[in-house]
Design a protein around this ligand. Structure first.
Ligand SMILES: [Fe+2]
Length: 250
């Protein structure tokens, strides 16, 4: 079957970004967007903590091939829902790794209950970095949106910022449909100028000051690389890309 937008082959394979940090690309999912349902490529991030435990951000639809690679790397210990629309597969992962801690993002439990997707979270992500990864990964809740508060992370050793939907950067030049290319461009999520999706951005109206404060904190981390959940990552000049992509925050 031909996919409506390309994926990042090979799928379900650990791809190193730097020492102790990998991404894994998954297949497409359909998500509600401005006026319609759009296909999105999926991506998770895996960090090996100092004690060899694995920290898994926005886990994708899992399979045995992926589980086996992770099992060879270390024990899966943390399952991160970075925002309330990224959680759908955590229940599957928790079944496979019942000892892992499932971390909730603001509003995700209510969202999951509304969508009738049962997920049992064990702990909550806040602005305070948990003991389990303190000193290795910094975090903050990106505030200012009336709809979605995303937890953002910074892997200190590799100077890598890990975002979910705050920036999306689809390589629309590879899309088969002209109309789809246009739609993603209008939504401001087309590379090389991928930004915050326009519908997400509109939910910040009236709360830009909070967003600005969060952006300042992100910039202070001085990212070299930025991992995104959707589209092409920025593997150099992270801070400059962050400034460019979030220039709508004034
Ligand atoms: Fe997303």
């Amino acid at each position: 079957m031909k996919r409506p937008i390309p994926v990042y082959e090979p799928l379900y394979k650990l791809k190193p970004i730097a020492e102790n940090i990998w991404i894994v690309d998954g297949d497409l999912i359909e998500m509600d967007a401005v006026v319609t349902v759009l296909p999105f490529s999926t991506r998770m991030t895996v960090i090996k903590l100092a004690n060899s435990q694995l920290w898994c951000h926005s886990p994708i639809a899992p399979n045995e091939v992926l589980y086996n690679q992770l099992d060879a790397l270390g024990p899966v210990a943390h399952l991160i829902s970075p925002n309330k629309i990224h959680y759908a597969y955590i229940a599957d992962w928790k079944k496979r790794y019942p000892e892992a801690i499932a971390w909730s993002s603001p509003g995700v439990e209510q969202r999951a209950a509304k969508q009738k997707i049962p997920v049992a979270f064990d702990d909550q992500l806040t602005d305070k970095t948990p003991e389990a990864w303190a000193g290795q990964i910094d975090q903050l809740i990106f505030k200012g949106s009336a709809f979605i508060e995303e937890a953002v992370f910074f892997h200190k050793a590799s100077q890598t910022l890990i975002l979910t939907d705050l920036i999306e950067n689809f390589e629309t030049e590879h899309f088969p449909s002209w109309l789809r290319r246009k739609a993603y461009k209008l939504a401001r999520i087309a590379a090389p100028d991928g930004q915050t999706p326009i519908d997400y951005r509109m939910t910040f109206i009236g709360h830009q000051r909070q967003a600005k404060e969060c952006l300042e904190k992100l910039l202070a981390w001085q990212s070299e690389k930025i991992i995104l959940a959707h589209g092409r990552c920025f593997l150099e000049n992270g801070s400059a890309e962050l400034r460019r992509a979030l220039r709508w925050i004034r």
